[in-house]
Design a protein around this ligand. Sequence first.
Ligand SMILES: Nc1ncnc2c1ncn2[C@@H]1O[C@H](COP(=O)(O)OP(=O)(O)OP(=O)(O)O)[C@@H](O)[C@H]1O
Ligand SMILES: CC(=O)N[C@H]1[C@@H]2OC[C@@H](O2)[C@@H](O)[C@@H]1O[C@H](C)C(=O)O
Length: 396
Amino acid sequence: MSAGVGQPFEALASGNSIKKALCIGLMSGTSLDGVDGVLLDLAGPGVHVLAQASLPFEPTFRAELLSLNIASYNELHRAALAGNRIAAAYAQVVHQLIQQAQNLDLNATDVLAIGAHGQTVRHQPQRWSEAAMGAGYTLQLNNPALLAELTGITVVADFRSRDVAAGGQGAPLVPAFHQQVFSQPGVTVAVLNLGGIANLSVLPGQASDPVLGFDCGPGNALMDAWCLQQTGQPFDQGGAWAASGQCLPDLLARLLDEPYFSQPLPKSTGRDLFNSDWLQDKLQGFTNAPAQDVQATLTELTASACADCISSYAKESKRLIVCGGGAFNHHLLQRLQAHLAGIPVSTSDQDGLPPLEVEAAAFAWLAYQTMHHKPGNLPSVTGAAGRRILGAIYPA
Ligand SMILES: Nc1ncnc2c1ncn2[C@@H]1O[C@H](COP(=O)(O)OP(=O)(O)OP(=O)(O)O)[C@@H](O)[C@H]1O
Ligand SMILES: CC(=O)N[C@H]1[C@@H]2OC[C@@H](O2)[C@@H](O)[C@@H]1O[C@H](C)C(=O)O
C-alpha cells in the first residue's frame, strides 16, 4: 500500500515492536536546506542504510525558518505553524522511505521508531535563569504528535533537552554514533561534520578512553548567507566561487577574533551567534571588497577554525573523516587539507556512509537507544552530569 500526508499508514505498530531493529532518522539542520532521512537496520554489528530520501524546503519556508531564529512578530504562533509544516515534510520523507522499503518486503509496521530531530531555532544551553535553577534551553520546532498521526509509527523527539537539563550543552549528540561507526581500534580518528555549523568528534583508539566532541564554529552557514545575498544561489557549488577569489588576511583576522573560538570545552553554538548580523558587523570597513574575495575568506574561516580545533584536540589523529554537505565543497576540503599536512582528509563515503546520511543515521540510532532505554549522550562531550536516556516518545 502507499500512503500520503494526512493518510496514516494502514498497519499500526504491533506489540512486539521492541524486537524490531529498523529505525528511521530525520534531520533538518542549521543549513535550513531541507530534510534528510534514512531507514536504518540496527540488527547486527554496524549499521546498514536500507533507504534514503531527502526533501528540500521551499525558499519561502526556508526564509520563515531563518526569521524564526531571531525575535520577531507573533513568533509563538508562527513557530507552532512551522512545527506543523516540518512534521508534514518529515511525513513525506517517511512515506518515500517506506515506499523504498516495500521493495525489500518491509513496511511501516516493521519500523520500531522514527527519530525526528526538529528544526533548531534557539540554542542557549547555558543561559542563566535563577527561576529555572540555572537551566538553559534548546528549542527544536517540530510536531511529533502530528508525525505519529501521519505515519502510524512511534516517534522519538526533543533529543537535546534532557542533556541540557542535566547541565550539558545538549550538543553535539552525534559523537556517540560516530564512535559506533567510524572508530578504529588502536588509532585516533577525527570526524568533522560540515553542516551549517561545524562539529568535531575525536574518537580514541582505546574504547575505554573518553570521546571528545564540540562545535568548532561556522561550517557553511556564513558562506551560504553571503552566497545567497550576492549571487541569489543558496550555496557555493563545489566552492568554485570561493576558489575564484583571494582570501583577505585582515578580514580573516577580524573574523577569527571571536571569543567562541578560544572558549574551553564543553561548548556548542549555532545561529544564535554565527548569523548574518555577526557577519555584517565583521564586514564593516570591507564594503569595497570584491564579493568573491569575501567568499574565499569565509571559506578560509571555516577551514582555519576547524583545523585549529583538530590541532588543539586531535593532532594525534591518523585520519580526518568529513561528513555533512560541506564535504561537497572541494575548495573547502582542499583548504582543510592544506592546514592539516600530516592528517589525510577523506569523506565518509570511504567508510560506507554518504556525507548527507550521517546525521540522519545518527538520529535513527539515537531513537533506537531511547526505545531500548539506553542513554544517547556522552558527558565527556556535552558536560552533562551523567549519561541520560534522551528524548520523548510519542507512541504509534
Ligand atoms: N555541491 C555542494 N557544493 C558546496 N556545498 C554544498 C554542496 N552540497 C551541499 N553543500 C553545503 O552543505 C549544506 C547542507 O549541509 P547539511 O545538510 O549537512 O547541513 P545541516 O544538516 O543543515 O547542518 P547542521 O549539521 O549544522 O545541522 C548546504 O547548505 C551547502 O552549504
Ligand atoms: C543545537 C543544534 O541543533 N546543534 C546542531 C548544529 O548543527 C551542527 C552542530 O550545530 C551540532 O552541535 C548539532 O547537530 C548535530 C547533529 C549534533 O547534535 O551532533
